[in-house]
Design a protein around this ligand. Structure first.
Ligand code: H2U
Ligand code: ZN
Length: 363
């Protein structure tokens, strides 16, 4: 299936990589078709800028003021059931509405199209205080199963083309409530990020005959230097082209497109890796580690998508401590993303952390 010339080039490429290269260079992101500037020599610069607030350490198991806890009223007045597992509800302030017949005004220069969809909130468990790293494994599996069921339900609908499952964790990421939850926005169109990736994966398949992420999986296993964790179903690694300091990409070992294609063993593998990855994250600065994470899967647009390879991005904002975050400003806003810490050093740091959550270790 692979083009042999391309295969030979891949091996040369691997040998030519320079993880200990300490001069500025740029790295290519084939999923986004864009470059990131890496400036490893800058990691020593002093920091006199903004200091972020450290998140509260101890949360109660139940909070009578929380709009997501079992039995409590939400902002719109609806009361949550006394749920004892995952709990899904339609967002009371949805960004998307059901389709109707109205059309926005549009012109060549000022283009607009109708956009419809469904937004839901998925509470991970009744516990107000247990995020993914501290949730029992069986409960994390239940969260994965809920995402699968929701994807199936929404993906099968004629007027929806994409199902975006994501979690915003921590005030720093704009999360409005500490009760562990994720969101699902299912849209009548494929949003920018998955569309861009899908086009890149399709271009790669056409050019090489292979799958971009299957090849990345194999290449990362060959070198091992950016892998943080792996199991039979998935690897978690800091991508060669990562933008965020401790960014991670989780990709499935097997080639398949969507959450709905996961096999029973892969559900368990994914739950295990989610738990272990988020434990390492919390252990990095011994705080509840903020991030935005989300799955990228095949569009549900009725077309076959042989190019699509199921994966999960973690984009955490923190850089050097619980209080120092990376800002995407200046050159990043106006020119291109830039990082100081190399992906290889970030991976090494995450890999060497204790596999036990800091709050569960004996003092
Ligand atoms: P975050 O994941 O960014 O914290 O957002 C939580 C979502 O919960 C947000 O989209 C919704 C908000 O609209 N929400 C409700 O649907 N009902 C409520 O009572 C409060 C918040
Ligand atoms: Zn709560």
């Amino acid at each position: 299936m692979h083009n042999p010339e391309f295969e030979a080039q891949r091996i040369i490429d691997l040998k030519n990589l320079m993880p200990d290269y300490d001069r500025p260079h740029r790295r290519y992101n084939p999923l986004k078709d864009e470059w990131v500037l890496v400036s490893p020599h800058r990691t020593q610069r002093p920091w006199l800028g903004q200091v972020e607030k450290t998140p509260a350490l101890i949360l109660p198991e139940y909070d009578s003021e929380c709009y997501l806890c079992p039995g409590n009223s939400r902002v719109g007045g609806v009361r949550n059931p006394v749920y004892d597992s995952t709990f899904v509800f339609d967002n009371d302030f949805p960004a998307l509405l059901p389709p109707d017949d109205t059309q926005p005004a549009t012109s060549d220069l000022f283009r607009a199209e109708p956009a419809s969809g469904i937004s839901r909130v998925v509470c991970f468990s009744p516990r107000h205080d247990l995020t993914l790293p501290e949730l029992p494994l069986a409960d994390v599996e239940q969260v994965v199963r809920t995402w699968i069921d929701q994807t199936r339900d929404l993906g099968e609908r004629d007027n929806l083309a994409y199902v975006q499952v994501f979690e915003n964790k921590g005030e720093m990421m704009g999360c409005s409530n500490p009760h562990p939850h994720s969101q699902i926005w299912a849209t009548s169109f494929v949003p920018n990020e998955p569309l861009r990736e899908q086009r890149a994966m399709l271009e790669y398949l056409t050019r090489t005959g292979g799958c971009l992420l299957c090849d990345v999986y194999a290449a990362e296993q060959d070198t091992g230097e950016r892998i943080v964790l792996e199991n039979d179903g998935f690897i978690a690694f800091v991508p060669f082209w990562a933008v965020w300091p401790y960014e991670l990409l989780l990709i499935s070992r097997r080639h398949f497109g969507a959450l709905t294609d996961l096999r029973a063993t892969e559900i368990r593998n994914l739950a295990e890796l989610l738990k272990q990855v988020t434990i390492r994250y919390d252990n990095l600065f011994e705080i509840s580690f903020p991030y935005s994470m989300g799955f990228h899967q095949s569009p549900f647009d009725g077309e076959p998508h042989p190019e699509a390879h199921f994966h999960l991005h973690f984009y955490p904002p923190l850089l050097r401590s619980a209080t120092v975050r990376k800002f995407m400003v200046g050159f990043e806003m106006l020119a291109m993303p830039q990082r100081d810490l190399t992906p290889e050093s970030a991976a090494e740091r995450l890999r060497e952390l204790n596999p036990l959550h800091y709050r569960s270790r004996p003092k």
